[in-house]
Write a protein that binds this ligand. Structure first.
Ligand SMILES: Nc1ncnc2c1ncn2[C@@H]1O[C@H](COP(=O)(O)OP(=O)(O)O)[C@@H](O)[C@H]1O
Ligand SMILES: [Mg+2]
Length: 357
């Protein structure tokens, strides 16, 4: 997908904005609080009709207004598509080429976006929840059934936890629910494992290209059940062994909802032993990686890098900017204007944008 143009009405600090974008690097610069993140946030909303920094739609609406409107002209496989999203206090409306769509999957067929925002630098050191979110988003983009399986699993997990909270726990029913969870867990496990295997095909190369090193980096999956051959019986044993704890704590202590991954560099866990800079480059490589796992050009995501340059030294700055030339369309924000070959510049100033400045 390529975003050709964008119109924002009452989105964050933009009361009315229209802007054309180009292929390659779109370099957005401006002072603090001028509206750089708001702009790329609106671009990200085109992919999942949700922000990367809030779940509350009303936060996206310009003060005192009733709704925020985003309209984008998108080049999808050579044909133009028009995506419109309205956020209001009561929810959101998505339209493609003037027709309302009710399913997010319809939007996902033509839009895709990946991002790196400043707080992502802690992804490897944050709680496992953040890493599972990264994994879930990316696996579900590849496999729509995964999303359904995850939703069914979450439902069963809730049911199991409710059973555990009851005064006299119905152990037969608990067993039935546990077995249903195990069948789903197996499918989810295979999809997660295969995605992490795919990540590892590209991850090392991208990390070394943007960091200028020749390190051996790898993503290591920490599944709930490690062996795939006898998954179901191993999972049953694991649940049996944890039953006492589950009954005591009144919550399901094990399962795919607790899974995690970590990154090793030359045999060491990067989260524990890596420097801030190494963590930053590893997360950046990890988050850009999905772009290179998609072969179909029309499905390749737009890449957003919000405020990523300020923390890099000159060498890494240069390496990253060079690397970005491998991406069809990228939006980079910064408080400083960098000299980059082949970039189109946009200066943001209090909710206005000057292209070519
Ligand atoms: N819903 C909103 N309505 C109006 N202004 C907003 C809204 N949400 C955020 N802002 C303002 O938008 C401005 C720009 O924010 P942001 O894009 O994050 O700045 P930066 O250029 O530093 O990335 C901030 O001053 C912020 O207070
Ligand atoms: Mg910002």
């Amino acid at each position: 997908m390529i975003i050709k143009s964008l119109k924002l009405v009452n989105f964050r600090n933009y009361s009315d904005l229209e802007c054309d974008f180009t292929n390659g690097i779109n370099f957005i610069y401006g002072n603090n609080a001028s509206g750089k993140t708001n702009l790329v946030e609106s671009i990200y909303c085109l992919s999942i009709a949700r922000s990367f920094r809030t779940n509350i739609s009303s936060n996206l609406i310009n003060n005192k207004n009733k709704q925020a409107y985003i309209k984008a002209k998108i080049d999808f496989n050579g044909s133009n598509k028009c995506v419109e999203i309205i956020f209001s206090d009561v929810g959101k409306t998505i339209s493609i080429d003037g027709k309302k769509v009710s399913k997010l999957s319809e939007l996902n067929k033509i839009t895709n976006c990946i991002y790196f925002i400043p707080k992502d630098v802690d992804l490897l050191r944050d709680s496992p929840k953040e890493r599972r979110f990264f994994l879930n988003v990316n696996v579900s983009k590849e496999n729509s059934i995964y999303l359904e399986e995850m939703a069914s699993y979450e439902k069963l997990l809730k049911e199991r936890n409710n059973l555990l909270k009851s005064e006299k726990v119905n152990l037969n029913l608990l067993d039935v629910v546990t077995n249903q969870m195990i069948s789903l867990s197996k499918n989810i496990y295979y999809k997660r494992k295969s995605y992490i295997d795919k990540l590892n095909v590209k991850f090392k190369d991208i990390y070394n290209k943007i960091s200028g090193n020749a390190n051996n980096v790898k993503v290591i999956y920490l599944p709930f059940i490690k062996e795939s051959d006898d998954y179901e019986s191993l999972a049953k044993t694991a649940y049996k062994n944890s039953l006492e704890n589950d009954l005591k704590n009144k919550i399901t202590g094990i399962g795919i909802h607790k899974e995690d991954f970590f990154v090793v560099m030359n045999g060491k866990n990067l989260a524990k032993f890596g420097s801030q800079g190494e963590n930053r480059m590893a997360v950046l490589a990890l988050k850009i990686c999905p772009y290179f796992l998609i072969d179909d050009e029309k499905l390749k995501p737009v890449v957003i890098l919000d405020d990523v340059l300020s923390e890099l030294d000159k060498t890494h700055e240069k390496m990253l900017l060079n690397f970005l030339n491998n991406i069809n369309q990228v939006f980079v924000t910064s408080t400083k204007k960098y000299e980059i070959n082949n970039a189109t510049y946009y200066q943001v100033c209090d909710g206005r944008i000057i292209k070519g400045a």
